[in-house]
Design a protein around this ligand. Structure first.
Ligand SMILES: Cc1ncc(COP(=O)(O)O)c(C=O)c1O
Length: 476
């Protein structure tokens, strides 16, 4: 044999030999028309059985790398040697306008959840209800037995669409029938579908300022021109909505993200009138509207929408688990067909087993019980955070009043961005993860502050974290 073959030791011998020969052909160490050694000879040289070589040759023949028959010799096929091409460079220029925008706008440097921090006050950490695990395991096992094995209905399995309607009517004041519901893989997919269906490159989309990064980036990278409208203690300031009709307005009326204000009734009415007047659509992101602690949950904006202008989006990320990746949309009749096709093109429908399990879970009292348990846990964590902030950070921090959700916003009146960065660095060295509000603003904010997520820590952990935050505020 006048070429060198090295078996890499991974997998069965005939698989290793096939791989080694294929690589030699691709790298042109074995040229077209080269006669491969007879199977007996190669087996002898490599110290393997002849069957191993026969199996490798047979595999390469079926892949088109070699031609010829056992007995008359095997040759490297012409087509195979032509396949070798220069390796794809590790970096290429953006292959599309979408990729160009993505590369320039998506800042992957955003800190991921850290495992080195003892106490991570990162927003988005899930609330774990220990009682959920066994229920969910049961529901999944049951659903996997009874879910039809074919592709699911694109709009969502009927049982879940119905369970969502019942839930929306009962808890969010939204009366719809199941033909208006589209099950999606979380709010993020709802926004991606909205971008595809409603927005062309260059169209304007109104976002609150500050806003949720997932919403902002998906629209920007899609090519939308963002119009940032400020928010105050009554939610988005409708007097500052643009005169020129936007395509879409994205809002978080029940609990403004991240500030926490609730959109007042006069502004809800003004916003709905604006949508009718400008013939634009409103995307209501009701990401955590379920959790209100000092009063009943507020009815959703969609409940006031008599003109079918509001696309309502709800998520199971906060009320069950983010890893589930399930959410739902209530889609205006005029758009339902477009959204359903866009969903089909995107993924042919969300996982049916999880949908059936969730539908069962929601249809029993267990879901409501789970919601009550979560609300109790969150309320305790929120009060612990407020009490601890008052005790350890009182003068330095101004907490924004909000009695809902899984996070609080807090201003640091004496801090600029540089000082805040150094506070976050110091806290990190002491084991506490802190996150600035600034990246959530499109226009540079007048103040600096922190986004304090409390769902992922126990009461004791929150107390310990804020105690450390207090020492950092003193030492920074
Ligand atoms: C304001 C807001 N909208 C949407 C989402 C994303 O939800 P989902 O997990 O359903 O994609 C989040 C997640 O934290 C959020 O904070």
């Amino acid at each position: 044999m006048d070429f060198y073959l090295e078996l890499d030791g991974s997998g069965a011998l005939h698989v290793q030999l096939t791989r080694a020969l294929r690589e030699a052909i691709m790298a042109k160490r074995l040229h077209r028309d080269t006669r491969l050694p007879p199977t007996r000879t190669l087996a002898h040289e490599l110290g393997v059985s002849r069957n191993t070589v026969l199996a490798a040759y047979e595999q390469l023949r079926s892949e088109g790398f070699i031609v010829g028959k056992v007995g008359s010799g095997s040759y490297v096929a012409p087509v195979a040697s032509m396949r070798s091409a220069p390796p794809v460079p590790k970096q290429v220029p953006p292959p599309s306008r979408y990729a160009r925008r993505m590369r320039s706008m998506h800042h992957v440097s955003r800190k991921p959840s850290s495992t080195t921090l003892r106490y991570n006050l990162q927003y988005g950490e899930p609330l774990l209800n220990p009682k959920l695990t066994s229920t969910w395991r049961r529901e999944l096992a049951h659903a996997s037995l009874y879910t039809p094995p074919g592709y699911p209905r694109t709009r969502g399995v009927p049982e879940l669409c119905q369970a969502v309607c019942d839930y929306l009517g009962r808890r969010r004041g939204v009366r719809v029938n199941s033909s208006q519901v589209l099950i999606v893989n979380g709010t993020q997919q709802a926004m991606a579908l909205a971008a595809r269906v409603l927005v062309d490159e260059g169209d304007s989309v109104v976002v609150e300022d500050p806003q949720y990064l997932g919403a902002r980036e998906i629209m920007q990278i899609h090519g939308a021109r963002l119009v940032a409208v400020p928010v105050d203690e009554d939610g988005i300031d409708c007097s500052k909505l643009p005169r020129a009709a936007p395509r879409l307005v994205i809002v978080t009326p029940s609990h403004q993200f991240p500030i926490g204000s609730v959109l007042s009734l006069p502004r809800r009415i003004a916003l709905l009138e604006y949508a009718v007047q400008k013939k634009c659509w409103i995307l209501e992101d009701d990401y955590d509207g379920e959790f209100r602690y000092d009063a009943q949950p507020l009815a959703a904006l969609r409940s006031l929408d008599s003109q079918d202008r509001v696309i309502y989006v709800g998520s199971f990320s906060k009320v069950v688990l983010p890893s589930l990746r399930l959410g739902y949309m209530v889609v205006p009749e005029a758009l339902m067909k477009d959204f359903t096709i866009a969903k089909w093109l995107s993924d042919l429908g969300s996982s049916a087993i999880e949908q059936v399990a969730l539908a069962n879970f929601m249809a029993t009292g267990t879901f409501e019980r789970h919601l009550r348990q979560c609300a109790r846990m969150l309320k305790a964590r929120r009060s612990a955070l407020l009490v601890a902030l008052e005790e350890h950070a009182g003068a330095a921090i101004e907490v924004v009043d909000s009695d809902a959700g899984m996070h609080l916003a807090a201003w640091l009146p004496d801090y600029d961005e540089t000082r805040l960065e150094s506070l976050m660095d110091l806290a990190s060295t002491r084991g506490v993860g802190l996150y600035s509000l600034s990246p959530l603003f499109l226009r540079a904010p007048a103040r600096t502050g922190l986004l304090l997520g409390y769902a992922g820590l126990s009461v004791a952990e929150i107390q310990a974290a804020v105690r450390i935050l207090g020492t950092c505020l003193r030492d920074n």
